[in-house]
Write a protein that binds this ligand. Structure first.
Ligand code: TRP
Length: 331
């Protein structure tokens, strides 16, 4: 039996946080054997907001280097850049025609992002979800691991796919499922443990980035906000302590309760120093490997070329099927 298909996309950025790593990438590494995987860097989506060309190119490589450094296997997983597979833009257009203004207007990400654009809202920001639907449907994806903020886009993808299946035949598209990661996936801000660790946080001390040096990592975690108590327990109400325990739990694979018990009678200071050590030990080899890969763009280009070839093999079949059903003359 052939494996189920997992696909995900990440915006090209150098600002990949510990939260992104523990909440998303580390899970992909675990799941990669179970699924046939397609992981892409979504440069076409990136330009829905203004980009500096030099930074965009660097960040696109950086995203792929991060997957590799984190342990995504280049022989078994297809890693590629969205713009290298032109089927994305083509199916994206078709799905723009099969989504409605009303649907796209309801997307909370559009509301959030367009609210910050003043009077000059790029049209692409509005049609963004149709392109994302194309990303997913091109590969007959079964599972799409995303954060909670992307769930609405997956729901829309399903609605569009079902609509087209009703019009053009049930086997036009495979209906995808969101894959919401199990426990421990949500890492909170170091400075405000009630809100999620976010790359766009104005205060760089709220997040650990994969680019941070060992020294910076330790400092940031030492400054993490903890609660007014003094005991270390697994109580989720102690959100600052709980966040540090969650980070340790994700890295070490131990339960939060087990970790909390091991800190019985110890101070918050101990917890912070040890969490700093554990995070630094986890990130150091990844950072070093990313730097090594970023110094060998020849290797990355070769890998992306193969990734795009494999991706196109599947994507072109889906696009041909859709074009045929729409009544387009075969090329
Ligand atoms: N919109 C996603 C985000 O901002 C990125 C993305 C683009 C994506 N295409 C995708 C995610 C396809 C999963 C599947 O995080």
């Amino acid at each position: 039996m052939s494996k189920k298909i997992m696909l995900s996309g990440v915006q090209p950025t150098r600002a990949i946080t510990l939260g992104n790593y523990l909440g998303a990438i580390k899970n992909w590494v675990k799941l990669q054997k179970e699924y046939q995987c397609y992981f892409m860097s979504v440069d076409l989506h990136a330009i829905t907001l203004k980009q500096d060309p030099k930074e965009l190119r660097d960040a696109t490589y950086y995203g792929i280097a991060t997957y590799l450094a984190a342990g995504i296997h280049p022989k078994t997983c297809n890693m590629f850049v969205q713009s290298h597979v032109s089927e994305h833009a083509e199916l994206g257009w078709v799905l723009t025609c099969y989504s409605t203004m009303g649907e796209l207007n309801r997307m909370t990400q559009f509301k959030d992002k367009s609210g910050k654009q003043g009077d000059h809202i790029p049209t692409g920001l509005f049609t963004y979800p149709a392109l994302m639907a194309a990303d997913i449907l091109l590969y007959d994806s079964n599972a799409v691991p995303v954060g909670a903020d992307q769930k609405q886009h997956i729901e829309l993808t399903r609605d569009i796919a079902i609509r087209m299946n009703n019009l053009y035949g049930k086997d036009t598209f495979v209906i995808p499922e969101p894959y919401i990661a199990p426990v421990g996936a949500k890492i909170m801000s170091l400075l405000d443990p009630e809100s999620k660790m976010s790359k766009s946080d104005v205060n760089a001390n709220a997040s650990v980035f994969l680019t941070d040096s060992e020294d910076t990592i330790r400092k940031k975690i030492k400054r993490a906000v903890t609660d007014s108590g003094s005991e270390i327990t697994a109580d989720t109400k102690q959100s600052g302590v709980h966040n540090l325990l969650t980070i340790q739990s994700c890295i070490l694979g131990k339960s939060i309760q087990e970790l909390a018990d091991s800190y019985a009678g110890k101070q918050y200071g101990h917890l912070k120093v040890e969490t700093g050590d554990i995070v630094a030990a986890a990130i150091n080899p990844i950072r070093t490997e990313i730097e090594k890969l970023m110094g060998d763009l020849g290797y990355l280009n070769e890998l992306l070329k193969k990734g795009a070839e494999n991706a196109r093999e599947r994507a072109s079949k889906t696009l041909a099927r859709v074009y045929d059903r729409l009544g387009f003359i075969p090329r």
